[in-house]
Design a protein around this ligand. Structure first.
Ligand code: THU
Length: 150
């Protein structure tokens, strides 16, 4: 599924639109994401930190879990943006845990990850590029099929 330029710009706009909701009092590193479903819907998310640290959630997973909890599981792309304590925007690659969650729901050869500094300054990567040889549901399916043969 080729991502149209207008949709890419829309995802970048939507991600920046929710950056103000990022709850990052500890790291002061705000992250926001806009997730596009294959049916054309957009789910946004932000990072949500916690005084006990480990319960915190990344922006990408917030967006993915919002979508899954509303019945959406087929995703085409996600845009990630960030703002540091000085107000600077840089490319923000997804953490390893978020890459693994993407692997659960997305085709690594098709799912596009956009890292944007602004609407005209971005990078686009496939999940397969950011998580080579990823372990996903397909690996367990092979296992189950093999078990059935035995
Ligand atoms: N963060 C994200 O939201 N997404 C990422 O992929 C990288 C890290 C958040 C987690 C934490 O709230 C803050 O950025 C600093 O690590």
């Amino acid at each position: 599924m080729k991502l149209q330029e207008s949709m890419r710009e829309e995802l970048i706009r939507r991600a920046f639109g929710v950056l103000e909701y990022a709850y990052a009092p500890y790291s002061k590193f705000k992250v926001a994401a806009a997730l596009l479903t294959k049916s054309g819907k957009i789910y946004t998310g932000c990072n949500i930190e916690n005084a006990a640290l480990s319960p915190g959630n990344c922006a990408e997973r917030t967006a993915i879990f919002k979508a899954v909890s509303e019945g959406e599981k087929d995703f085409a792309a996600i845009c990630i943006v960030n703002e540091d304590a000085q107000g600077n925007h840089d490319y923000c690659p997804p953490c390893g845990v978020c890459r693994q969650v993407m692997m659960e729901f997305c085709d690594p050869g098709e799912f596009t990850i956009i890292l944007a500094k602004d609407e005209g300054d971005y990078q686009a990567h496939m999940l397969a590029e950011l998580l080579p040889l990823g372990f996903g549901p397909g690996n367990l399916k092979k296992q189950t099929d093999d078990d059935l043969v035995d």
